[in-house]
Design a protein around this ligand. Structure first.
Ligand SMILES: Cc1ncc(COP(=O)(O)O)c(C=O)c1O
Length: 439
């Protein structure tokens, strides 16, 4: 078992995170419970920022809030001096309500509505990452209406798709996102926005994938982009002030994963951008990145209470918990793997292999297959590690199960940052049926 961040085993054999006994957390706040190790989030944020600082490169590290967006998280991001990437009116609203500095917010999305774009423009956010020609037209209209020069980046698809250990050169990329670099769409988008009265074209953006463990994909994407930047410099005298290379830096979910330190991705990106700009004899642009998972993924642990067990003789032992695909869809959605342990019996000898079932009415609601555990019993607390990214943010009300609470732990203190939903919360927007037949 691998313990992340400040996690350790205390004198009672309990899992401790941020100096707080998780068994006590489960008692005080109930289960399922999302627990975040604040010190680990801070450490990662600083690793990203410090690496840019060491190179003396102007940069923005924007937390991709789709990974986990709540007011408290946004405020923690602000405290650590990062920027913020949002992808919807809801994430933007959360950021604004949390008091996040507007000029450090970047707005993504392949189908932002006119209302969402208006909200972003009215609030004067840092930049809009323009995804397609429809959005260019909408923004032109809004630029005229609001008499504002809208700061934008253009999202381009460089024809490289990277996932974990593989990266594929796709040429013409089959993606719903962005302007294709190879087929001329990206150049057309530059022509439609550069030196136009409605736009302040800051630069270009790309995001090549997720849970990436190799640096080669980032190098290749940078090279592809620079091939075009050279052309655009000659043809249009356009060179970006900002080059945003997205997120996707991998983390360790299980011992099958072997991530490299975040500083290594940043070093490689900076070195490649320097190499390319030196060859062009031009100054280095600001480099922006957008880590999501690598800031919060392994800082999150979900605590569950163990309930029923079912033995299928000679086949499997099912152990059910009080949550499942509604608080963590990743195993059901893309067979994501996790490690887990009994938080109240961390030192007990592992003597069984069980499969952890969620409580939803779906056979596919399995959290972990074939997990070695010390004979789990009802009321034991199961801690599933590395659930900090795309867990809470993808949570649903399937089976009308209320969403769990979220607790931040740091320096021996726990603070509730999202209250557990109640049954009343579940029906708060429901309206009664108006019966047609009156008795
Ligand atoms: C444009 C963009 N930036 C950043 C991210 C964050 O990726 P990750 O959480 O893998 O770092 C994503 C994830 O989908 C994304 O689409």
């Amino acid at each position: 078992m691998f313990l992340h961040g400040t996690s350790k085993i205390d004198g009672q054999g309990h899992l401790e995170i941020g100096g707080v006994d998780t068994v006590k957390l489960a008692k005080e706040f109930g289960t399922p419970l999302y627990v975040y190790d604040v010190a680990l989030i801070r450490e990662r944020a600083r690793q990203f920022k410090d690496t840019f600082k060491q190179h003396g490169v102007k940069a923005q590290v924007a937390y991709a809030s789709k990974a986990f967006s709540t007011m408290a998280m946004v405020q923690l991001v602000q405290e650590e001096g990062l920027s913020l990437d949002v992808v919807s009116g809801g994430e933007l609203y959360t950021a604004l309500a949390a008091g996040f500095p507007r000029e450090k917010i970047h707005f993504h999305g392949n189908n932002k509505s006119k209302a969402e774009l208006e909200m972003a423009i009215r609030e004067g956010i840092g930049c809009i990452v323009v995804d397609n020609f429809y959005e260019i037209e909408l923004l032109k209209e809004l630029g005229d209406v609001y008499q504002k020069k809208i700061p934008v980046l253009l999202r381009i698809t460089p024809g490289i798709e990277a996932h974990t250990h593989d990266y594929i050169l796709t040429g013409q990329e089959d993606s719903k996102f962005g302007f294709d670099l190879q087929n001329g769409q990206a150049e057309q988008a530059v022509r439609q926005t550069f030196n136009m009265p409605q736009f302040d074209l800051l630069g270009v953006h790309c995001h090549i994938g997720s849970q990436i463990f190799e640096t080669a994909g980032f190098i290749m994407a940078t090279q592809k982009i620079f091939e075009k930047l050279k052309e655009w410099k000659e043809k249009m005298n356009f060179f970006p002030k900002v080059l945003n290379l997205g997120g996707g830096f991998g983390i360790r979910y299980t011992n099958e994963d072997d991530p490299i330190p975040v500083s290594q991705y940043v070093n490689v990106i900076i070195e490649e951008v320097k190499k390319q700009t030196e060859a062009m004899n031009i100054g280095i642009p600001e480099i922006w990145i957008e880590p999501g998972r690598s800031l919060v993924g392994d800082a999150g642990t979900t605590l569950y209470s163990i309930g029923s067990r079912k033995n299928v003789p000679n086949i499997r032992e099912y152990v059910s918990v009080d949550g499942g695909m509604n608080d963590n869809i990743r195993p059901a959605l893309y067979q994501a793997k996790y490690e887990a342990a009994l938080a109240n019996r961390m030192n007990d000898e592992v003597d069984e292999e069980v499969s952890i079932a969620g409580k939803c009415c779906e056979s596919g609601d399995m959290l972990i297959w074939d997990l070695p555990l010390p004979n789990p019993q009802p009321k034991d607390i199961l801690a599933v590690f590395c659930t900090g990214a795309y867990g809470y943010s993808m949570a649903s009300h399937y089976n009308r199960i209320p969403k769990p609470a979220v607790v931040f732990v740091e320096d021996g203190e726990a603070q509730l940052v999202v209250k557990r939903e109640t049954y009343e919360d579940l029906i708060k927007n429901d309206l009664p049926f108006k019966a047609k037949v009156k008795n």
